[in-house]
Write a protein that binds this ligand. Structure first.
Ligand SMILES: Cc1cc2nc3c(=O)[nH]c(=O)nc-3n(C[C@H](O)[C@H](O)[C@H](O)COP(=O)(O)O)c2cc1C
Length: 148
């Protein structure tokens, strides 16, 4: 797997804007089908109100990409390791799932990412300096485990 690291906040915002363009197009097209389509109008509305619900104003984006979809697991392991290590470097992260779903579908967003055509964008993390410090671990659902 390979990495694309974007450290220009303007470029991160541009990618968020292209994701919104795609969501707007999907929302306006009655025939378009996507499992997250019901939330697109709300996300577009937030963007139009001056917020960034896609990259959350993050200054940096880390994209894992690879030759084929088989490397998906490798990429997620690498990104999860990055995610876990980031606080040791006083960085905060957030999985960029909304950006990724756009990057899988929307050619102008793919073009802007500039990942070579023979490679597949696997997944991304937003990276920034955390505004808040952890006071306690957030509540978790109980683990759903089948024991045998
Ligand atoms: C696969 C995946 C995609 C995600 N995509 C987004 C996203 O696009 N935007 C966002 O704000 N949070 C997204 N999240 C949620 C955050 O990254 C984070 O997991 C969530 O806020 C819970 O954080 P915590 O586990 O530290 O409590 C995603 C999470 C996962 C697992």
């Amino acid at each position: 797997m390979k990495w694309l690291v974007i450290t220009d906040p303007g470029e991160v915002k541009k990618l968020a804007g292209l994701t919104i363009d795609w969501m707007r197009m999907m929302a306006e097209n009655e025939d378009a089908v996507h499992p997250l389509k019901p939330v697109f109008p709300a996300l577009v509305g937030l963007w139009d109100a001056g917020l960034d619900p896609i990259c959350r104003g993050a200054p940096c984006l880390v994209y894992a990409y690879a030759e084929n979809t088989l490397a998906y697991t490798d990429s997620i392991i690498a990104l999860s390791t990055f995610d876990l290590m980031a606080p040791s470097f006083e960085l905060g992260t957030c999985w960029a799932g909304l950006l990724q779903i756009g990057a899988m579908e929307y050619q102008p967003l793919k073009d802007e990412l500039g990942i070579p055509e023979e490679y597949v964008p696997q997944y991304a993390l937003m990276v920034g300096y955390p505004k808040y410090k952890f006071k306690k671990i957030p509540g978790r659902k109980q683990a759903d485990i089948i024991w045998r």
